[in-house]
Design a protein around this ligand. Structure first.
Ligand code: CAA
Length: 378
């Protein structure tokens, strides 16, 4: 780490330890995050890390962002996913494909943390096969009218603005992945209907909702780039998003390891601390080794994002390996805690639940393997 990266890590760690970790259990129980947490993330610059300074962001490199995100997730994975989606997807898509006016209107306040971003791609019948989406935009004078439904949108109602992918081709001229546009939509737009909040296994404080568009008018100046390129923009965004989820997964795993080390040192059975047993030492050693390997791969993928070399493949590898590491480490952590690990009173129970979705969202582990294999043959 450079001295600047160490400073960023320390700032994120201090914030996570003082302002997130002490509340994580209550937020999980209540299934809600207080809005002022987002404001604090914004004040500290964590919502504009990858946005250049000319647009009011911090203009940092990918690795610095991943280091900060890991620390935030170590404190609370629900806060981390809100931060990851905002930083990796809508803001990066507007930065890459937005006009000067769009950057001025949307990106600048997003970088300052005044507007929280969401990303809506999946639909009830279109998950891994994202290009098969059905939500439709109809061209009218001065803009588009959107109809359809999006599923599992992080920050979909809690956030202020979403970048949503919707078909721009017509029913008699279907163009597959090249018939989809990306639109910038404020969540208070007329016809933007937020559905019920999903009751999830983990990351319960992060808001996940279904959203419906009913005859929702979106002006032309809220279409990003070309009307047939939105799916490609979304996948480009996900290449970065998957790194964010990798960092988040490592943060969960790191927290589970730390709790396990402390517990194994303090818990006595057969007259000695359980850390003295070789069976326990092997567990802890395996957990720590996998975390280090996942982090090294993630940072390698972060560097590849900057150079572009093997970036897609490495992003999928890092997301795959980090999320499976999080699941492995949190499962072992519950085992280290024994009966107590199964109780909500102890933090590893929540970390175990929080880890699972990292193998699912922003592309399942199966999709990551598909992407990796395709890249190997490219
Ligand atoms: N980066 C950039 N471009 C890409 C790309 C990538 N990773 N993968 C594909 N593309 C381009 C292709 O090059 C192609 O363009 P060309 O024809 O010009 O070459 C175009 O996109 C279409 O690609 P494919 O034909 O490969 O498309 P496909 O229909 O076979 O699907 C897929 C590819 C990899 C399966 C893709 O659909 C996918 O990644 N699915 C998973 C969806 C996903 O990750 N959803 C996450 C939901 S969002 C979320 O979870 C956020 C949250 O709230 C937490």
């Amino acid at each position: 780490m450079t001295p600047e990266q160490q400073q960023i890590r320390d700032l994120a760690r201090e914030f996570a330890e003082n302002e997130l970790r002490p509340h994580a259990e209550a937020w999980d129980r209540e299934g809600e995050l207080p809005r002022d947490v987002v404001a604090k993330l914004g004040e500290l610059g964590f919502l504009g890390m990858l946005i250049p300074e000319e647009h009011d962001g911090l203009g940092l490199d990918t690795t610095s962002y991943l280091i900060a995100l890991e620390e935030i997730a170590r404190g609370d994975a629900s806060v981390a996913v809100a931060m990851s989606v905002h930083n990796s997807l809508p803001t990066q898509m507007i930065l890459a494909h937005g006009t000067g006016a769009q950057k001025e209107r949307w990106l600048r306040p997003m970088a300052r943390g005044e507007l929280l971003g969401a990303f809506s791609l999946s639909e009830p019948d279109s998950g891994s096969d994202a290009a098969s989406m059905a939500a439709q935009a109809r061209k009218v004078d001065g803009g588009w009218v959107l109809n359809g439904a999006k599923a599992w949108v992080t920050n979909g109602g809690f956030g202020d603005v979403t970048v949503t992918m919707v078909r721009t081709d017509t029913p008699d001229d279907r163009r597959g992945a090249k018939g989809i546009g990306a639109f910038i939509v404020p969540t208070d737009a007329e016809g933007y209907i937020v559905g019920k909040k999903e009751d999830k296994m983990g990351q319960r404080a992060s808001e996940t909702v279904g959203v419906a568009f009913r005859e929702m008018f979106v002006p032309d100046d809220q279409l990003l780039g070309e009307p047939g390129q939105g799916f490609i923009y979304a996948l480009q965004g996900l290449n970065g998003g998957r790194l964010g989820i990798g960092a988040l997964a490592i943060g969960i795993a790191q927290a589970a390891l730390e709790h396990s080390l402390a517990y194994a040192a303090e818990r006595k059975q057969f007259g000695t601390a359980i850390r003295d047993f070789q069976g326990m030492q092997f567990k802890l050693a395996n957990m720590a080794t996998r975390i280090e390997a996942a982090r090294a791969l993630l940072h390698r993928a972060g560097e590849a994002k900057e150079t572009g070399e093997k970036a897609v493949q490495l992003a999928s590898m890092a997301k795959l390996f980090a999320s499976e590491t999080a699941m492995y480490v949190t499962t072992e952590a519950v085992q280290v805690f024994g009966g107590y690990g199964y109780m909500k009173e102890y933090p590893v129970e929540r970390l175990f639940r929080d880890a699972k979705v990292t193998e699912i969202y922003e592309g399942t582990s199966e999709i990551q393997r598909t992407v990796i294999a395709r890249e190997l043959y490219r």
